[in-house]
Design a protein around this ligand. Structure first.
Ligand SMILES: O=C(O)CCC(=O)C(=O)O
Length: 209
C-alpha cells in the first residue's frame, strides 16, 4: 500500500492504521518528533561506532544487527560485557521512555540499539516475558510497524507508519496479546528499544533467544 509513504504526524495515541479504518491495539502509544534532527544525527554518529552483531534466534542469524546495554538479559550472540551500563549519551532516551510510559527513567534497564540495513526487518513476535514495558525510538527512516492477533482461524491485522525521530510504547494488549513485526526496510534505519523488567524477572547475564 502506498499509504505507507504518506506523511503522518498524528498526536500521541491517535495514529490510525494504514487504511485509516481501525484503531491501533490498546496499549500502543505514539509520539512524533521526540528528538530534533541535530539530536538524531549526534546519536546516529554514536551508533555508527558500535560493534553490532547479528541478532541470533534459535541458532539462526537475522539480518538485523544489535548492540545491547544493560547486563540483565543478554541475547544469544552477544557478549556479556563488564561495561554494560547504559551510557550517558543514551540517557535522554530513557527520559523520553519515561515520558511516554509514566515509568521512571531508571526503570529502563535494558537498552538495545538495532541496525536495519536495506532488506532487514523483524519477523512476527512478542517481546520476551521477562520484560514489562517496551519503548522504541526510531532513527533516519520511517518504517511500517505491523500488528496481528488471532481471531478464530484468521489473523486480525493493524499497521502504523512509525516516523524517524518518533517514540512508541507497547504495553498491555499491544504488548501481550498482539504480535508485532517490521516490514523489511528499503533504507538504513536504527532503533533504540528500551525495556523495563517485570518485578523479580531481571536476571544477571542470562543468555537466551
Ligand atoms: O525496531 C523496532 O522499532 C522494533 C524492534 C523489535 O520489535 C524487537 O527487536 O523486538
Amino acid at each position: 500500500m502506498v499509504a505507507a509513504h504518506k506523511p503522518l504526524h498524528p498526536r500521541a495515541g491517535e495514529i490510525p492504521d494504514l487504511f485509516g479504518e481501525h484503531e491501533l491495539p490498546e496499549g500502543f502509544r505514539y509520539e512524533a518528533d521526540v528528538l530534533s534532527a541535530a539530536e538524531e544525527q549526534a546519536l546516529v554518529r554514536r551508533f555508527e561506532g558500535l560493534a553490532f552483531k547479528p541478532y541470533e534466534f534459535r541458532g539462526y542469524s537475522a539480518n538485523r544487527r544489535i548492540f545491547t546495554f544493560g547486563a540483565e538479559y543478554v541475547f544469544a550472540g552477544q557478549e556479556v560485557r563488564e561495561d554494560a551500563d547504559v551510557p550517558d549519551y543514551l540517557l535522554p532516551l530513557t527520559h523520553i521512555a519515561s515520558r511516554i510510559s509514566g515509568e521512571p527513567p531508571k526503570a529502563f534497564r535494558q537498552v538495545m540499539v538495532t541496525e536495519y540495513s536495506p532488506g532487514a526487518g523483524v519477523g512476527w513476535h512478542r517481546d520476551r516475558p521477562q520484560y514489562e514495558d517496551v519503548v522504541g525510538v526510531s532513527f533516519l527512516a520511517p518504517c511500517v510497524f505491523r500488528f496481528r492477533r488471532r481471531s478464530g482461524e484468521r489473523w486480525e491485522r493493524r499497521s502504523a507508519r512509525v516516523e524517524a525521530r518518533s517514540a512508541y510504547l507497547l504495553r498491555g494488549p499491544a504488548r501481550e496479546v498482539w504480535q508485532h513485526s517490521i516490514a523489511p526496510m528499503e533504507v538504513l534505519r536504527y532503533s533504540v528499544t528500551l525495556r523495563t523488567f517485570r518485578p523479580g524477572k531481571g536476571h544477571k547475564a542470562v543468555r537466551g533467544n
